[in-house]
Design a protein around this ligand. Sequence first.
Ligand code: FA5
Length: 351
Amino acid sequence: MALDEFLAELDQLAAQADKAFGSAGGAEAVEAARVEFLGAKSGRLRAVQKGLGKVDKADKPAAGKRFNEVKNQVEAALVAATDRLKNAASGARTGSQFDPTIPGVRRRLGRLHPITQTIEELTDIMGRLGFTVAEGPEVEDLWHNFEALNIPLEHPARDPLDNFYLATGAVGAGPDRADAAGADRQKWLLRSQTSTVQIRVMEKTKPPVRIISLGRVYRPDTADATHYPMFHQIEGLLIDRHVTMADLKSILHLFAASFFQDDVEVRFRPSFFPFTEPSVEVDMSYDGGWIEFGGAGMVDPNVLASVGYDPDEVSGLAFGLGIERICARRHGVTDIREFFKNDVRFLRQFH
Ligand code: FA5
């Protein structure tokens, strides 16, 4: 047999086998094609193989090589057809490749820190009571943090152990008070209270004044469940004619009732702040007990005079509350240090 004739027969067989396996629509058709082309006894490849013996001796290597290629090709077509049917069957079981019952990938959204949320809520509540927001710097001079607030040079509140002075000069009063006071005004510290903003606002504004200021303050306190060296305060200041303690109490009462969504009681305990007279500690009833939230009082006439107001014309009320404690109470957080750990497992709970 001539080589050309043998190869032509092989090519024809390869093409027909491809077609038969490629178009087989079920297991039976695949099996039929397998028997037709690859059957051990009477398969067509077997028949062609028998023809190999009749090819001229010199052409046998080429004929044998091509025979093996075609045989591999037909076997591969069988495997492909079997796989195709198997995949189609599993697709049919699930209906399609897309399974709508598999839970989706939930994207985690960030959210505001609980202290920021509290600040926004307090701003909103006080806004409804007619208070606008004022801001002041966190790095303060001694005039605004102490002197204008009626905290004189020798007052213990100025102690370097109780304040974060910046390393811009020596701290403390010298033997000559006048000189020391002059030099003192040059110094800077991280503000220890938001009451500084009262002064900054009054210096720039004529009465009436109705502001709040919310922000960070700094004190070298040892961190514990209710203290942190950096914390936030909300300061309120109202200056007008005939402002009284009754206004102070009703504003704080409305404020507390709105924030805690409950008829919270407000209690005043006598206290002392150099910049208010009389001064009180503000407690709020909560969960069957009383919690101290901050200080308050009627603005001291000395403070009004220090910013050029006439204490005979106007009076004022002021308060300063700790935001971490307010936020902790509301959410049942027993240790304010949690707010600063930035552990997302904790922070994720506040929406
Ligand atoms: C003051 O800071 C006054 N400026 C408040 C004031 C304003 C009085 C206006 C009169 C008129 P006091 O030092 O008590 O007051 O602090 C107020 C509140 O801040 C405290 O009641 C407490 O809630 C909070 N606070 C104080 N120290 C810390 C701290 N280390 N960590 C967290 N919160 C604190």
